[in-house]
Design a binder for this molecule. Structure first.
Ligand code: KIV
Ligand code: ZN
Length: 509
């Protein structure tokens, strides 16, 4: 008989805490809304005590998300657990997720506690958390390297206090599929009250085995898996959500397990995350890489034409990668535009529709066919907009391969116009240099890239710029049919992101 495996997404916590993957408040909320469309069971929104920004993002996600459980991580202290509870108060289904390390190495060197002290603390904090919140999850950090008999006692103790989800992380990505299967099976057989809780797994990918280990755990009886979109996370990352979900779906004959996930939202979730954090998905990545459904070789193409199943074990449509033939153009009216927005899952107020429709018309003047990807890019740009100090008013760049490039940039700063000129080797560096002089902030360019949103010579270019103020990274985006325009906008956006985050942190302090 088929079981339902609960999907616990930690993109906004374990994923977001990894270097170069940070998101601002608005971006986290946008991602959470997409996770809700994906029909995630549990969204771990952050680690409330970690910083005022983290607290705020857990609170915001908890207040906005209605169809998923919202969790916050907490260490095993009353202060942490109380902060998690406070941030989650507005959630329809809140879950406190607290953790304590149980392996000898962590207890001795990190916690400096004896096993008996750890057991006592876990039980005490379980009781404390349960008094605050109806749903509590406990994670035995480094569980896969914990002495089994001790782990069983800790799990039994917290379940006795009303914890209903016990997570046994492979924190350092050390285990293997066969070992993990036996590990979960042994927990089922040796923890006397395990029938009162769901066993959850949370596997890191240090040996590239996170998905295989998660699937082995499911076969052994785990009922929840913790994972992230695109597999982002600490070090080598966490188990990739899309790979677990599609493996369960495609090999239902083996796993006999379903999820509640709407798989047609997978591609969009992957793309949105990649855009938010400015980290590209590798082309050959399973399920969501650009090449995952591409068939280059003649033999493959021939087979595919005769019967798709010769080389295709799942369809691109099943992850939402459909070749939508219904394109819009400059003669499309507002009705068709609104229909398209709602077929993509968006509803907007009439003022917002007017604003988007105007942008669509401007784009349609430059580009013959407007595809779903173009419309998504416009929508995402609107949804992620932050209060901007600077905007790009105009630029004039003269360039060539025998002259040095001169860029004249005019910015609007809080309504006033400011203009500057710079010389450099090429149009992008001259433009960036001129903007750098105008904004007069301490910043270093860390990364820059531009890619086409769709195919074709009139495609929109989407530029990404990552800058640093020496403490944090800030990621800006720019969209235009002209790649220089897109690049300059992305640089200005990165500066605005930096000023926005610096300002919100000042307000919180
Ligand atoms: O990897 C890990 O052990 C964790 C826990 C805090 C759940 O992220
Ligand atoms: Zn982790």
């Amino acid at each position: 008989m088929s079981r339902i495996i609960k999907i616990f997404d930690t993109t906004l916590r374990d994923g977001e805490q990894s270097p170069g993957c940070s998101m601002n408040l608005k971006e986290k909320l946008e991602m959470a809304k997409q996770l809700e469309r994906l029909k995630i069971d549990v969204i771990e929104a952050g680690f409330a005590i970690a910083s005022p920004g983290d607290f705020e993002s857990v609170r915001l996600v908890a207040n906005e998300i209605k169809n998923a459980t919202v969790a916050s991580l907490a260490r095993s202290t009353e202060k942490d657990i109380t902060a998690a509870y406070e941030a989650l108060k507005g959630a329809v289904n809140p879950r406190i997720h607290f953790f304590l390390a149980t392996s000898d190495i962590h207890m001795e060197y990190k916690l400096r506690m004896t096993p008996e002290e750890v057991l006592e603390k876990a039980v005490k904090m379980a009781r404390f958390a349960r008094n605050l919140c109806g749903e509590v999850e406990f994670s035995a950090e480094d569980a896969s390297r914990t002495r089994p008999e001790f782990l069983y006692r800790v799990l039994e103790g917290v379940i006795n206090e009303g914890v209903t989800v016990v997570n046994v992380p492979d924190t350092v990505g050390y285990t293997t599929p066969g070992e993990h299967f036996k590990f979960i099976e042994a927990i089922r057989h040796n923890v006397p009250n395990i029938d009162k809780a769901t066993i959850s797994v949370h596997v890191h990918d240090d040996l590239g085995l996170a998905v295989a280990n998660s699937l082995a755990a499911i076969q052994a009886g785990a009922g929840q898996v913790e994972c992230t979109v695109n597999g982002i996370g600490e070090r080598a990352g966490n188990a990739a959500l899309e790979e677990i979900v599609m493996a369960l779906k495609t090999r239902h004959d083996i796993y006999q397990a379903d999820t509640n996930i709407d798989t047609t939202q997978i591609y969009r979730s992957s793309r949105l995350l990649s855009k938010l954090i400015g980290v590209k998905v590798q082309p050959n990545k399973a399920i969501v890489g650009e090449n995952a459904f591409a068939h280059e070789s003649g033999i493959h193409q021939h087979g595919m034409m005769a019967n798709k199943e010769t080389y295709e074990i799942m369809t691109p449509e099943s992850i939402g990668l459909k070749q939508n033939k219904m394109v819009l153009g400059k003669h499309s009216g507002k009705h068709a535009f609104v229909d398209k927005l709602s077929s993509l899952g968006y509803t907007f107020t009439s003022d917002e529709v007017v604003e988007l429709f105007n942008q669509f018309k401007v784009l349609a003047d430059k580009k013959k066919d407007i595809s779903d990807k173009d419309i998504l890019a416009l929508v995402e740009q609107k949804q992620l907009a932050i209060p901007a100090v600077y905007s790009l008013d105009r630029f004039i760049i003269s360039t060539g391969n025998t002259i040095s490039t001169a860029a004249t940039i005019r910015l609007r700063k809080n309504g006033d116009l400011i203009e500057g000129v710079s010389l450099a080797d090429g149009p992008i560096s001259a433009g960036f240099k001129a903007i750098g002089v105008l904004v007069d902030e301490e910043l270093t360019l860390i990364d820059y890239g531009v890619e086409a949103v769709t195919d074709g010579t009139d495609a929109q270019g989407e530029a990404h710029v990552k800058i640093s103020d020496g403490t944090h990274f800030y990621h800006g985006r720019g969209l235009s049919t002209d790649i220089i325009d897109a690049s300059l906008k992305a640089f200005v956006d990165a500066v605005n992101q930096m000023l926005y985050i610096q300002e919100t942190q000042k307000e919180k302090a």
